[in-house]
Design a protein around this ligand. Sequence first.
Ligand code: NI
Length: 131
Amino acid sequence: MKRFGVSLEDNLLDELDSLVEKHRVPNRSQAIRYLIRKNAIQEKWKGNEEVSGCIVLVYDHHKRDVINKSMHIQHIYPNAVLAVQHVHLDHHNCLETIAVKGKAKKLQELADRLISLKGMKHGELVMSTIG
Ligand code: NI
């Protein structure tokens, strides 16, 4: 562990402190670590590196077309899809979390195709790292 001094304008320091408060980070050092890691992950995704993530989908299972099309699309990316968890939220709605791993562009493409399906109520790609 190395220590270094940081000079920040007042408004930037305020932003850092509000991040500490908002995300309940224990201190400013931890907040800076969080931002550096977050930035590094964003760079990996931008550089089309090997990454991991999770696609979250919410849809009405009565609309059979959504399930069939989602399944069809997932089968086009068998190496990217690691695991699928399906939860029945209520009588109509299903929550699906799809753990994915692979080249960033492929995962983004897969997520876009699923999220943009007609009948999809919500979709989000959580971009993470393989380590
Ligand atoms: Ni369901």
